[in-house]
Design a protein. Structure first.
Length: 309
C-alpha cells in the first residue's frame, strides 16, 4: 500500500484462540497488498507470522474454522522442576506473598501435551521446506526461564542456521505456563527451558527488531477492558490473570516504539469489541466469527489510512 512508508515491520502479539482475530486482520492486510519486510511475534502471533513467511495466510480461515478443543488440548498433566517465576503485580501483604508463592509452583504443572501443535506445524508449514517463499527476517520470541529474559530465534529467509529448530521455536513461543510444557534448548553448553513469556511479564519485549523501518504495524489480541476482565467459569481465574498480563504486555511493547531511532510510524490494531472467546476456547465456529471481525477491522484500518492527507 502506498500509504505505508517502507521498510514496513509487523509485530504480532499472543493470545491463544484470540489469535483467530489477529489471523483475520493479517489475512486482509495481505489480501489488500500490504507487504512486510520484517516480522516478529510471540505465542499465537509467531504462528501467524510463520504463515506470512510461508505465504500461507490464505489457509488461516480454514484452519481456525476447523478447530476443535481436541485438536489442540490433549490432556497430559506433567510437573517440570524448573526455576519458573511469574511477575508479581500484587502488594506485599502476607496473603499476597503466600498467593504468589503457590502460583509460582502451580505454574510448573502443565496440563496438556504439545504434540498436537507439533503435528499441526509439521503437516502444514514445515513440509513446505526450509526456504521461505518470502525473503524476510522473522523473529520468534519466547522466554528463557533460567535467565528471566526473552529468547529470540531469528530466521533470515530460511528455517536453517539456528541451534533451535523452526518448529521448536514456534512451539516454545506458544508454551503457556500451566498449559503446555516448556521446550529445551542448549546454547553455549547451557540448557534453557523456553516458555511463552506473554503472560509472565518479567521481561518486556520491545520493538527494536524494527530499527530502520519507517512503518510498524502491531496487531494485538487484547483490549483495554482486559485489564479488569471478569473471572467466569472453571478456568476464570487463569483467564483473568492471563488477559490482564497480556494487555499490560501489549501496551508496554507498544510504548517501546519511542526507543526506535528510525522513528517509524507505529500503528496498533486491537479488537474493537469483546470477541466472545476465551484464550483456550478452540471452538471453530467462534474462531471463525472472530476471524471475520478481524477482516472487517483491517478494512476499516486501511480505509482510514487511505483518507489520511
Amino acid at each position: 500500500m502506498s500509504k505505508f512508508k517502507g521498510p514496513v515491520g509487523l509485530f504480532l502479539c499472543g493470545g491463544g484462540a484470540l489469535g483467530s482475530w489477529q489471523s483475520g486482520v493479517l489475512t486482509e492486510l495481505v489480501r489488500q497488498g500490504v507487504h512486510f519486510d520484517a516480522v516478529a511475534g510471540f505465542s499465537v502471533g509467531s504462528l501467524n507470522g510463520a504463515a506470512y513467511c510461508y505465504n500461507k495466510t490464505g489457509d488461516l480461515r480454514r484452519i481456525w474454522g476447523a478447530m476443535k478443543p481436541a485438536s489442540i488440548l490433549d490432556l497430559r498433566p506433567r510437573y517440570h522442576n524448573i526455576p519458573l517465576q511469574l511477575y508479581q503485580h500484587d502488594g506485599g501483604s502476607i496473603v499476597n506473598k503466600a498467593n504468589f508463592f503457590f502460583q509460582n509452583r502451580l505454574a510448573k504443572l502443565t496440563l496438556f501435551s504439545n504434540k498436537p501443535l507439533y503435528d499441526l506445524l509439521n503437516n502444514w508449514l514445515v513440509r513446505s521446506g526450509p526456504q521461505f517463499p518470502r525473503n524476510i527476517k522473522f523473529y520468534v520470541i519466547s522466554h528463557a526461564v533460567e535467565i528471566k529474559l526473552p529468547y529470540i530465534a531469528a530466521f533470515d529467509g530460511s528455517t536453517q542456521g539456528h541451534n533451535l529448530s523452526f518448529t521448536d521455536a514456534l512451539v516454545a513461543s506458544c508454551s503457556i505456563p500451566m498449559v503446555f510444557p516448556p521446550v529445551t534448548v542448549v546454547e553455549h553448553g547451557r540448557k534453557y527451558h523456553l516458555v511463552d513469556g506473554g503472560v509472565i511479564g518479567i521481561a518486556t519485549i520491545n520493538l527494536n527488531f524494527f530499527e530502520g523501518c519507517r512503518t510498524v504495524i502491531m496487531i494485538g489480541n487484547s483490549r483495554d477492558a482486559d485489564l479488569d476482565y471478569p473471572a467466569r467459569g472453571p478456568f476464570g481465574y487463569f483467564e483473568r490473570k492471563a488477559r490482564r498480563m497480556l494487555a499490560i504486555h501489549t501496551q508496554k511493547v507498544y510504548e517501546s516504539r519511542v526507543f526506535i531511532k528510525s522513528e517509524p510510524d507505529v500503528h496498533l490494531i486491537k479488537p474493537p469489541i469483546d470477541l466472545g472467546l476465551n484464550m483456550l476456547e478452540f471452538d471453530g465456529a467462534k474462531c471463525e466469527k472472530a476471524f471475520d471481525i478481524g477482516e472487517a477491522e483491517a478494512k476499516l484500518f486501511l480505509s482510514g489510512m487511505e483518507k489520511r492527507p
